[in-house]
Design a protein around this ligand. Structure first.
Ligand code: UD1
Length: 446
């Protein structure tokens, strides 16, 4: 059962040990999407009734967002299944608070998404400013600009944003950049606004479509999600619903890369192949076999890769959340690959750690130049953020000898049972609790 405070301090010192060289073989079932479930849980704030959400992944971020909602007065119940995707029931009938405090917002930036629904339900919101973060400054100016267009007055006080709007009024909003979070925040506020809102240059990510479907299933009137123009006709109230979250395309992509780098043969079940198009295209370009099967997506490789160039872009472009994992793979390609990061600044922290494992990478402004090498070597490395951590796991799976990854709490934020899933397909990987020092030989008994 997903409980409170899973992300407590003691977990933060856990390590992941990997003994590389084992080709991954078998089947992995992909969990519900982190980036879909977080805004969907938040959107439950809009409903005067109970929202039941299926395929909720076991993630620290899910627990944090549930804690944020509880602080606002939501009643939340998880089912008691262990090691299967949970169902969660959320009732927000009796909201009694409109403040998201620093403690939560600093842990997870997506907490700022409560702003839109709180304004829609209670007419005000007080949110701690999110502050800096490991992958760039990540401002929220577009969220605020959009909300202001709906009639929200925003001020700042002691590190908090105070937002007030006795009445939300539909408006035409052009986003200077198709921000995922800003699109979601505005979408949620507009769902209960008076009149019609049009978001132009909206984000087109599948997670936006899932959020819009969720709101529509509560009685909302949103059309165009998944395109760059979304039209929202405000309704007076939203009610109970049941919804299943889409599969996590980034988790799926990460396992595709894990299968490929180890020269393995992996079948991923519970995937929406359409959502993985740019990832699959780049894998094929790198010489990896990716096959659509009736039950999912199979990846097969002989462990040899061609150098390729990658540029991250908003959907349907190549996802920034897969950039680090591809960097790990391309360290072993024949030739020079250039990876250009256009979505976030400062999202190359994994390069330094991959270099500790023998990779040849240099950073030139917003690009990383990756010269392929013959092998990676196990080393002690640190996960600087969630996807950087995934890249280190992928590298560790093929590296010679032992890799120790610290700061594993980043991985808990976004990968449901990472170690269990990888062990089930033959990886020599284990988690070492901070309180114990288990001998590495346990890995060989996996
Ligand atoms: C979401 C995802 C994250 C993913 C990212 C881009 C969630 C919980 N997280 O993050 O995993 O990497 O989309 O696909 O869904 N920006 C501004 N002003 C704003 C908002 C954003 O300048 O008001 C900038 C950001 O600094 C960043 C870029 O826009 O450089 C993209 O950010 P955004 O699309 O908003 O990403 P998130 O919603 O934070």
């Amino acid at each position: 059962m997903v409980g409170k405070n899973f992300y407590c301090q003691e977990k933060e010192a856990d390590k992941i040990l990997i003994y590389g060289g084992q080709p991954l073989q078998g089947k992995i079932t992909v969990s519900g999407a982190k980036n879909a479930v977080l805004p969907i849980i938040v959107a439950s704030l809009l409903a005067e009734g109970t929202c039941t959400i299926y395929d909720v992944p076991h993630l620290a971020d899910v627990e944090i967002i549930c804690d944020v909602l509880r602080e606002l007065g939501a009643e939340i119940k998880f089912n008691s299944k262990v090691n299967t995707s949970a169902a969660v029931e959320i009732n927000c009938q009796n909201l009694n608070n409109y403040e998201a405090t620093y403690d939560y917002v600093k842990k997870m930036r997506a907490s700022v998404l409560v702003m839109g629904p709180l304004l829609a339900r209670l007419g005000k919101a007080k949110i701690s400013m999110p502050g800096g973060c490991a992958i760039g400054t990540r401002p929220i100016d577009l969220h605020l600009k959009g909300l202001e267009a709906l009639g929200v007055r925003i001020s700042m006080e002691h590190g908090y944003l105070l937002a007030e709007a006795p009445v939300l009024k539909g408006a035409r909003i052009y986003l200077d950049y198709p921000s995922v979070g800003a699109t979601e925040n505005i979408l949620m506020a507009a769902a209960l606004a008076e009149g019609t809102t049009i978001i132009e240059n909206a984000a087109e990510e599948p997670e936006i479509v899932d959020l819009a479907n969720f709101i529509n299933s509560m009685g909302g009137k949103i059309i165009g999600a998944g395109t760059n123009v979304i039209k929202i006709e405000g309704v007076k109230s939203l009610g109970s619903t049941i919804h299943t979250v889409i599969p996590d395309r980034i988790e799926a992509g990460s396992y595709l890369l894990a299968g490929a780098i180890t020269g393995g043969d992996l079948l991923l079940e519970n995937v929406i192949i359409d959502h993985l198009k740019p990832v699959v295209a780049k894998l094929i370009e790198a010489g990896v076999e990716v096959i659509e099967e009736s039950t999912g997506l199979r990846v097969r490789s002989n462990g040899e890769f061609k150098a390729i160039d990658i540029k991250t872009l908003p959907y349907p472009g190549f996802p920034t959340d897969m950039q680090a994992q591809f960097m790990a793979l391309l360290t072993l390609a024949q030739g020079t690959s250039i990876i250009t990061e256009t979505v976030f600044e400062n999202r190359f922290m994994h390069a330094e750690e991959l270099r500790r494992m023998g990779a040849d990478i240099r950073i030139e402004g917003r690009s990383a130049v990756v010269e392929g090498t013959d092998k990676l070597m196990g080393a002690q490395v640190k996960a600087s953020d969630l996807r950087a951590g995934a890249a280190l796991v992928i590298a560790g799976l093929v590296a010679q000898g032992e890799t120790t990854i610290t700061n594993t709490y980043h991985l808990d934020r976004g990968y449901d049972d990472l170690v269990g899933k990888l062990r089930s397909v033959g990886a020599n990987i284990m988690r070492v609790k901070s309180s114990k020092t288990e001998p590495l030989k346990l890995i060989y008994q996996a």
